[in-house]
Design a protein around this ligand. Structure first.
Ligand SMILES: *Cc1c(COP(=O)(O)O)cnc(C)c1O
Length: 374
């Protein structure tokens, strides 16, 4: 079964096999692997070990986003969030529940977030200390480049928290060139093609030291994670999913062998192109204009045919060896397909054949959307 979802992704067998062992996380044979995994993650972010640290937390991406907000913002602090889709909505909820104040910025979700709009919002409200940006909005599939938005934040003297969960490892990033970044957050199970269970944050050491004790949570205090590394390199404060960490080392080996971030981006782009072309060739309509379509996840309009049922479609695809999401995040009905994971363009072409067969089996005659996007 291929998982064509934007995480957890299809993994290689070598990655899954690396989990099949019993490991004690504090064992002296294992600790260096953990230290090295963090060093390698920092390298992918182009961090400088004298300036930046890669911090690992147990758990999913939302845990790390919450930890970043808590660690780097005081209670009552204000964070501007461009409302680009489902994951910016989640960031607003996380921030507000943590006692920080989210300031939503209305933007067109089908377009990249404009640096000028962010600059104007920051100029209008000097009480905002942070901006929360989602690099790849997994709800829409649009990429929001943190370089120009970050430059506007830097010029305004504010800080950036970047949700790079569905971007890191595939989309380019250079934390050294973006000192306004307080945190870049990502997980093991998306573009790094490992299993779920670990989340990471790349942050500046000076900021981690300045923010110790601010989180209002011990579990989610990244400054305390860093302080613990200083006391005990290779140590975890609490039990980690140690088998996932072992698999993560193998996943990083495969990442390097493929040619790193640029090669991964090229493969995902080829996947997305094969899907975009294939969908159009069988009479379906992708949600986004081609030039706005990012390489990570694609929404495709649901056919307006009365025989359409998303769950029925998902089941028909599953019988053909492909699993896609059984929900959608777009205003109009759609289905969404992940283009990331250990898959290639040939898998996407086979998937399009399966989609065509599934639609025929379901008796769908009209493949056009109900209301075509303007
Ligand atoms: C997947 C994802 C997350 C985190 O999801 P979890 O289920 O908490 O791991 C956060 N942000 C974005 C943009 C994502 O794609």
């Amino acid at each position: 079964m291929l998982l064509l979802i934007p995480g957890p992704v299809t993994t290689r067998p070598e990655v899954r096999q690396a989990m099949a062992q019993d490991i004690a996380p504090w064992d002296n044979d294992f600790r260096p692997l953990y230290v090295d995994a963090r060093r390698r993650v920092l390298e992918i972010a182009r961090g400088d070990p004298a300036v930046h640290a890669a911090l690992c937390l147990q758990g999913c991406g939302h845990f790390a986003v919450e930890a970043a907000i808590r660690t780097f913002m005081p209670v009552g602090g204000r964070i501007l969030v461009p409302m680009a889709g489902a994951y910016s909505e989640r960031m607003v909820k996380l921030a507000n529940e943590a006692g920080r104040v989210a300031v939503p910025l209305k933007v067109d979700p089908d377009l990249p977030v404009s640096a000028q709009a962010v600059a104007a919002a920051l100029a209008a409200d000097p009480t905002i200390s942070h901006v929360g940006l989602v690099y790849n909005e997994t709800g829409t599939g649009v990429v929001h480049d943190p370089a120009p938005v970050g430059a506007a934040i830097r010029a305004a003297g504010r800080r950036l928290i970047l949700d790079a969960v569905s971007a890191f490892g595939a989309l380019p990033l250079d934390v050294g060139a973006q000192p306004e970044l307080d945190a870049v957050v990502f997980t093991s199970n998306k573009c790094l093609e490992c299993l779920p269970g670990l989340s990471f944050t790349v942050a500046r050491i000076d900021r981690l030291e300045a923010c110790l004790g601010q989180a209002g949570s011990w579990s989610f205090d990244l400054a305390d994670v860093y302080a613990n590394y200083k006391r005990s390199p290779g140590g975890f404060r609490f039990t980690p999913p140690v088998q996932v960490l072992a698999a993560f080392v193998t996943a990083l080996d495969l990442f390097d062998a493929e040619g790193g971030q640029a090669a991964r981006l090229a493969r995902y782009r080829a996947n997305a192109d094969a899907l975009y072309d294939g969908a159009i060739a069988i009479g379906l309509v992708p949600y986004l204009a081609r030039e706005m379509q990012g390489p990570v996840v694609m929404n495709i309009h649901a056919p307006a045919d009365p025989a359409w049922s998303l769950q029925g479609f998902v089941d028909a695809l599953k019988r053909r060896g492909f699993l896609i999401s059984n929900f959608y995040n777009t205003p109009q009905p759609s289905f969404r397909v992940g283009c990331i994971g250990a898959i290639g363009p040939d898998d996407m072409k086979n998937f399009v054949v399966a989609v065509d067969e599934a639609l025929i089996e379901m008796g769908i005659r009209n493949r056009m959307p109900g209301q075509k996007a303007a």
